[in-house]
Design a binder for this molecule. Structure first.
Ligand SMILES: [Zn+2]
Length: 75
């Protein structure tokens, strides 16, 4: 896999995904992704994005201010 921006090598990595909602902030750690070795661009697969949406949805109902979730525990 090559980077969309600079054509560098994309490597498997983990990232932090943060969403600011109306009522709370959700921070999801250890999200699997591909990261460009050259420019640092991060890409998250469609499948992972769907899991993230699910986690965010759950947090929306449960959390009042800030939620910090570990992807490996929640997905
Ligand atoms: Zn790149």
């Amino acid at each position: 896999m090559t980077c969309f921006y600079c054509r560098g090598d994309m490597r498997e990595s983990v990232t932090v995904y943060t969403v600011q909602l109306e009522t709370c902030l959700v921070v999801i750690r250890n999200v699997p992704c591909f990261e460009c070795a050259q420019c640092g661009e991060v890409e998250i697969s469609d499948e992972t994005m769907r899991s993230l949406e699910r986690i965010v949805d759950t947090c929306k109902k449960l959390v009042q201010e800030v939620a910090v979730v570990d992807y490996r525990m929640a997905a």
